[in-house]
Write a protein that binds this ligand. Structure first.
Ligand SMILES: *[C@@H]1O[C@H](CO)[C@@H](O)[C@H](O)[C@H]1NC(C)=O
Ligand SMILES: *[C@@H]1O[C@H](CO)[C@@H](O)[C@H](O)[C@H]1NC(C)=O
Ligand SMILES: *[C@@H]1O[C@H](CO)[C@@H](O)[C@H](O)[C@H]1NC(C)=O
Ligand SMILES: *[C@@H]1O[C@H](CO)[C@@H](O)[C@H](O)[C@H]1NC(C)=O
Length: 400
């Protein structure tokens, strides 16, 4: 029987072999001055190598980051459009230079406007988030101290700008949201760790495949998301392992009061360990657009605080008013999502009052309370759909 998984695999192999046959030249970052000694700032060398492969190649080519080395990089933009397809082969390790960036620059490695790219390899990509986490905690402590009217001395200036994302694919510019020209981007076999906030962010892109990604951050790190997807179509995420300090979002949709769409987001065969969120769809009230055709299959969860969550009342800073418009959420499947919840409330489907969520399907979902003997629970607000086979805890708003 050909199931979806094997079908996808063969399609990928086809794509890969087609592309492999046409890769003409290799551009090594070391030939453009990168030292990879873990001390030298290699940003400029990478930028020069990228410019060469992107703008100077006469056919599909490779940007090679040789192994056995550690490359120190500051903010690096891999800007397109390029002449041809580029495969970025990351065999060496990348480490972020500790520096302060301006407000708009919160993506460390940003691929923008690149039509047709693969990022692959076994190198480790280390966001060095620790300094940002310390700042964040100091800020929170200062707030608390103020609140308690305790006079304590804190440094005046905390780090103002947080590195937000380690690796970002923003394939199309804001002006080109129709994104019909963008195709075939993939991130494969990567090992990411220690982002300040998010590890991999995909935005305004079409046709992205992310697989074999391993993301780690220490347990005490605040707010480090795993994979964050927004305003994109046809994104396939599979065979990933995420184990970060707190949040781990797989899908995030909708920006405050704007029009946002996401469609064809499929996540499978992945494990999530001790994070705040397992699989989450969050949208802001007052936004419009849709999130549809989304699936989560064969996901294993260990001690996750919110294993399954649709949150259409997302309001991170508080004080949001109830709004009538909302992103329309429909056709969302959770199939074979199993494991343990660190909270009693294992499943929360909180959909907008105005439109609600439709065609939510749960099948073979089994989430137990991580505390033996305690029950796990589910909560629904304006969610509609079906359940099949085992669904534990029972989700009352879905019907058999
Ligand atoms: C690293 O190099 C880039 C490009 O030359 C530069 O913009 C950045 O400020 C450098 N960072 C440090 C910490 O030297
Ligand atoms: C681009 O190619 C030309 C011709 O091969 C070469 O002379 C030039 O140095 C290349 N530029 C870069 C940035 O690699
Ligand atoms: C489910 O996902 C795990 C990885 O988390 C994988 O090892 C396993 O083969 C998958 N099972 C099926 C039936 O695809
Ligand atoms: C918004 O609506 C929800 C659902 O009806 C309700 O629980 C919540 O209290 C409302 N919030 C405000 C601020 O009116």
């Amino acid at each position: 029987m050909i199931n979806q998984r094997s079908l996808r695999t063969s399609i990928l192999l086809l794509l890969t072999s087609f592309v492999a046959g046409t890769l003409a030249a290799t551009y090594r970052v070391t030939d453009y001055g990168a030292k990879g000694d873990g001390i030298t700032n290699d940003t400029e060398a990478f930028t020069n190598a990228w410019r060469a492969v992107c703008l100077n190649s006469t056919a599909a080519s490779i940007l090679h980051i040789p192994g056995g080395k550690v490359y120190l990089l500051g903010l690096t933009k891999f800007r397109g459009p390029c002449n041809h397809y580029v495969r970025v082969q990351v065999d060496g390790n990348l480490k972020r230079v500790d520096e302060v960036w301006s407000d708009d620059d919160n993506n460390w490695l940003l691929f923008i406007n690149v039509n047709g790219i693969t990022v692959a390899g076994a190198g480790e990509i280390d966001g060095q988030g620790a300094s940002w986490w310390a700042c964040k905690e100091a800020k929170a402590r200062r707030k608390l101290a103020r609140y308690l009217s305790i006079y304590q001395t804190f440094p005046k200036k905390f780090c103002i700008n947080y590195l937000k994302n380690i690796l970002t694919l923003r394939i199309c510019s804001l002006a080109d949201v129709r994104i019909s020209r963008c195709k075939c981007k993939s991130i494969n076999a990567r090992f990411f760790k220690n982002s300040a906030m998010m590890h991999v962010a995909v935005g305004m892109s079409v046709g992205v495949r992310i697989s074999n990604l391993k993301i780690t951050a220490p347990a005490e790190s605040p707010n480090t998301d795993g994979i964050h997807v927004e305003r994109s179509r046809h994104v396939i995420i599979s065979d990933c392992q995420i184990s970060t300090g707190k949040s781990s979002d797989l899908v995030t949709l909708g920006i405050e009061k704007s029009y946002a769409t996401a469609e064809g987001i499929h996540v499978s065969d992945s494990t999530i360990v001790r994070t705040d969120n397992g699989v989450r769809i969050k949208t802001w009230q007052g936004a419009t657009g849709f999130a549809r055709d989304i699936s989560f299959r064969n996901i294993s969860l260990t001690e996750v605080r919110n294993p399954i969550i649709i949150d259409q009342f997302y309001c991170p800073r508080g004080g949001c008013k109830n709004e009538t418009s909302a992103v329309q959420v429909s056709n969302v499947k959770f199939i074979g999502v199993k494991g343990t919840s660190a909270n009693d409330m294992a499943i929360r489907l909180e959909c907008s009052q105005s439109s609600g969520c439709h065609d939510v399907v749960m099948e073979d979902v089994d989430i137990r309370n991580a505390v033996p003997g305690e029950q796990a629970q589910a909560f629904c607000f304006n969610a509609h759909g079906k359940k099949a086979k085992v669904v534990k805890p029972d989700v009352p708003c879905l019907s058999y």
